[in-house]
Design a protein around this ligand. Sequence first.
Ligand code: FAD
Length: 393
Amino acid sequence: MDLSFSPADLAFRDEVRSWIGTSLPADLRAVAEVDGHFEHADVMRWHRLLAAKGWVAPHWPKAFGGPGLSPTQRFILSEELELAGTPLLSPFGLSMVGPAIMQFGTPAQQERFLPRILAGEKVWCQGYSEPSAGSDLASLRTTATLDGDAFVVNGQKTWTTYAQYADWIFALVRTDPTVKKQAGISFLLIDMKSPGVEARPMLTIGHTPAFCDTFFENVRVPRENLIGPLHGGWTVAKALLGHERTLIAAVGHSQRAMRRVKRIAASTTEHGRPLLDDPVWRARIARLEIKLQALQMANYRSLAGAALGHAPGPESSILKLRGSEILQQAFELAMDVMGPDAVSWFNDVGVLPELEQSVAPTYCYNRATTIYGGSNEIQKNIIAKMILGLPGT
Ligand SMILES: Cc1cc2nc3c(=O)[nH]c(=O)nc-3n(C[C@H](O)[C@H](O)[C@H](O)COP(=O)(O)OP(=O)(O)OC[C@H]3O[C@@H](n4cnc5c(N)ncnc54)[C@H](O)[C@@H]3O)c2cc1C
């Protein structure tokens, strides 16, 4: 296995870096500089700039408007974007429902939905979880009953990130309550403007509001919005979750978080000396950087596998598990380095140094990384069963 980058890959990295250098608008760059919080409108502005360059969906095949990059180039592109701190694009259209429509949709559905996802014209959200169906997703109870040429949808989804902005939701619904749980589920695309859909934003301690409770009351959804076969939604859902997990390694975000930890430690003094010069703090920072480097190597290994044509297998659970833990630990360390400033808040403009302003809310929001995309306990079950060969629970 050769883990070094080829000259062509290194040239591609330079190209990406210089494009970001000239294309990231100045106001977004100012926010990126201090790892601040981007508004939804900023995220969509950046989406459209990347779309114009042809880089918004590096993993899409050329046939559907992707740029035809190799797996290594795709990785380099996303790593450079993360390292530059550019707005994080919503994954729901580009990385979840888009690939699902490519794999399971009809040509008419592909033509209707994919170009609008690419262009950033339509915003998507994910309607999987319900109040009693999270890890045990197959227990979902939202129903869709066929009535002529439409489904009638009733029920509640929860934790729906972005529902307050979304034009569309991809939802798992129960279309046959009489069979085994997994066998009676379908995958539906629902227009959020349909009568009977209501998204109620929830306030959170981190970014506000981050997600919604989404209610469906006698919502009519054209039958043509069904993706894959009727009652065949579980297969679509599982394919989509595989994509979700590999996204969560977020090595670039952790690297950037560590860079910020060091910058804060360099500017925070104790007894007249920067914390960064203190051997105890240096050792804590080094320990986490070593863990991060190990994760990066694991990420490169899965990349080398992808370059040989292997689909991401259960190792994506390792990346999700470690990536989410390390990101949390990096923000914990940042909070520790900040000391009393950590109890302050991001809108304390003028009170905290700019570099510290978004640390506390991001620390709070990042508690979620070990929950969403399948909680870490569930990832451990997958690793135990699929990789270590231990008996299932
Ligand atoms: C910030 C955030 C954003 C989210 N965005 C979305 C979204 O956009 N769309 C969407 O559909 N969902 C979303 N989710 C929901 C997320 O996918 C679920 O929270 C997650 O799947 C866990 O389900 P749950 O919250 O119902 O917890 P539960 O499944 O009730 O689990 C509670 C605890 O028990 C543990 N547990 C459960 N079963 C087992 C088991 N078999 N073995 C060991 N431990 C177990 C879990 O790990 C957890 O610690 C989001 C969640 C968060 C926090």
